[in-house]
Structures are given as structure tokens and as C-alpha cells.
Design a protein around this ligand. Sequence first.
Ligand SMILES: [Zn+2]
Ligand SMILES: [Zn+2]
Length: 375
Amino acid sequence: MSQIQAAIMTGPGQIDVRSYPKPQIGDDEVLLKIERTGICGSDKHMFAGHMALPFPVIPGHELVGTIEEMGPAAADSLAIVGGPVAVGDRVTTTPSSRACGRCYYCLHMPQRPTLCSNRFVYGFVSADLAPIPRGGFAEYLHLTGHSWLFKIPDDLPSERAVLTEPAAVATRAVERALGPGIPHIGEGLGLDKSVLVLGAGPIGQLVVAVLSHIGTDLIIAGDLSAARLELARTMGAHQVLAMGEGSPEQRQLALQDMTAGVGADIVIETAGVPVAFKESLDLVRRGGIVVEVGHFTDPGGVEIHPHIVCFKDLDIRGMWAYPSMQFKTALSFLRRTTAPLDRFITHRLPLSDIREGLDITGGEEAMKVVVEPGN
Ligand SMILES: [Zn+2]
Ligand SMILES: [Zn+2]
């Protein structure tokens, strides 16, 4: 039986590329040949031990591949969007399998499918359970019949399509700030609103690009890194806030200067640093909205004064990933945006360099690091 390579994380700080038998798919399954997979901040956090996971895990969930094999019943079993699809087609898949439709959350809150108690998530699931591999840092991905497939439009190059998963996070983060009502009377994101995006890593940059794409009036990016803030300007930020300069009070005043003296209508926290959540509460105006995106993993806590939530009459909205159909939104954004996303991928590495890729992810010189098992 032929062998394939996959990177396996056996615990925090431990990752190796190993050989596995090439997967044999069932009638309702699909075998993807992985072309490229982006390294996510959550892969880095997972490697640092910030997430309780069923190790060993084959990580990786931001992937583009081509269909190598497709079982005869797969088209009736998988959720396929933008299709039909056939062997040889370029596709991506959501990390999450389909929701079960039977658990408490599926029955009561079907509009929030990521709360389903019975789904599994590629790149986070145990590699001790078949089918293997179920993660993107591998030459192949074995997709069960409970998976999603999105056909990649022909005019969307793979270099852009590999950003579909982070763009799903970014578009949902922006949609979480939408609110019902009439502009100026209602609440939430509208054209004439100011949005502070805290954190100018890959997700923050994409949030800026999405806000720009929909025509947001004032987009402000905040980060410690001057280089990242410069990149955020090219993605559509009108103003920047240097989070490493001055005291928190001085930053608050600097922001008020940009926002009619009140603070941002909306703050979207993408940094994933606990203190950034605290500062979001300080920087949003009274009656505003804070969207917390960055803490998909748990790097610790921060002290806040809950009084500020009452005093400011705040809406705080979390998000646990996104419904799978968000990939359709993300693909449409990636096709249409004029943001210079070609500047986004700073490193391309073979699968054997996965550890180096994790090391450089999050560093000053890296934006998106992409592993290319297909090369
Ligand atoms: Zn991701
Ligand atoms: Zn369910």
C-alpha cells in the first residue's frame, strides 16, 4: 500500500512528519489531494498548549485541494456548494463537519450550527480515530460523508483561495457587528460608522479589508507593530492607532480625536491577547458594540471592571467560528475585493518545514505562512 506524509502534533511543542497508509475511502467519502494549507494563529496556540485537545492531532484547517477520489454516493452525502464537483476539481472544505440536526443546539438554535454537540472539526480532532488523516498539514485529507465541499471559482487563484477560512472568520466578525435599525437611530454597523480593529495580524487585516469592501466610513487599525499597521493601511484602514505608544488613557484620547470625541462605534478584537479585550471595553463609545474574535483559544485572563459594561450600555458579542455557509461569503469576498491580498502570504514552505512555519507564525516579519504539501 502506498504511503503518504502527514504532520502529527503529539502534544504541545511536539510535531513530526510521519508516514501513513494512503487512505481508502468509503462509498460516501472523498479523498482530497492537498495543494496548500495556511498556518492559523490557532495552530500556533495549539502548539503552545493553549487549547485542550485530544492529542495526537493532525492540525491544519485552511486548505485548498483537488478531488483525487470521490465515492459513488459522495455527491448525495456531502454538503456541496458552488458545485457539482468531480474528480480533478479544485475545492476547499470547512473545518467543521455538518451539524447533527438532533442535539439540543441543533433543535433549538439551528442558525448557530457551530454550537452542535456532535460535530467534529478537521485539524482539531484526534488522529487516533479513523479516518486518518483529518487535518490539512498532510498530503491527503480523508473527508467523511458528513463534510462540506465548496467548489473554488475558476477565476480565483489558489493563492487567494487558501485564505477562505480566515476570510470566513473576518466576514462573520463584521456581520456580528451588524444591527437592525435605521442608521443614526439604530445600532450596529452601517455605512457612516467608525470601527476600530484591534490586532493587525491575518484576521485583523482581513477584517479591515472586509470593512473597506462594504464601504465603512472610518476604519481604524490598532496594533503594536508599525509594519503591520502600514499593511493595514493598504488593506483599507483610514487611520491607525499605535497600541505600544503612550498610556491607555493617551490612546483613548488619540482615538477620541478621530471619532468626534466619543470613541469607536464598534471595536472588533482580533489580537487574541487578553489585555486587548480589556482595552476594547475602554475604547468603544457608550452604546457601542464589542465583537470578540481573537480568543478562539485560551491564553489566560485579564482583570476588568464589569461596571464599564453597565455604564457604557455595551453589547459584547462573541463568536465561535462561523456557520459553514460563511465560506460562500468568504469566496465571494475574495473574488471581489480590491485589497492587495497578494502581499498577504509572506512564507511558503514544504510540509517537512512545518515546525519552522509554526515558529515564524505570529512574528513581526510573517503575515500568512502557507505549507504546500502538494509541491
Ligand atoms: Zn484558521
Ligand atoms: Zn447537533
